[in-house]
Write a protein that binds this ligand. Structure first.
Ligand code: TYC
Length: 101
């Protein structure tokens, strides 16, 4: 088989085995302390202090901010764990998920 054949096969491979990615979205509220949002982002999403602060501020100012993208199951698990952690501390902090376009 020539190089050209290989390239063609790669390019025309169906997308079936590539799972759709899902966004985890941080939602603003009026009650959760800013510092707590940053802690949740750091713990559950392993995001560094500066980036976590930027994401928190974006959600605070715009209402929502995309935290990261994962396969559906991982996105849903992380969003749920982050919500559960907030609930365990008495805060209404929300993370949602939605498929990428
Ligand atoms: N708006 C909150 C406050 O002023 C902080 C906050 C930021 C809460 C982002 C949620 O997703 C959020 N204490």
């Amino acid at each position: 088989m020539s190089d050209t054949d290989l390239k063609t096969r790669t390019r025309t491979k169906p997308k079936l085995d590539r799972p759709k990615l899902h966004k985890v979205i941080l939602v603003n509220d009026d009650f959760t302390p800013r510092e707590f949002v940053v802690v949740v982002l750091r713990i559950e999403f392993r995001i560094g202090e500066e980036q976590a602060h930027r994401i928190m501020i974006t959600a605070h100012q715009k209402g929502v901010c995309v935290v990261a993208v994962f396969t559906r199951e991982i996105a849903e698990t992380k969003a749920k764990n982050a919500c559960d952690l907030a609930r365990a501390h008495g805060y209404p902090l929300m993370f949602t998920t939605e498929p990428e376009e």
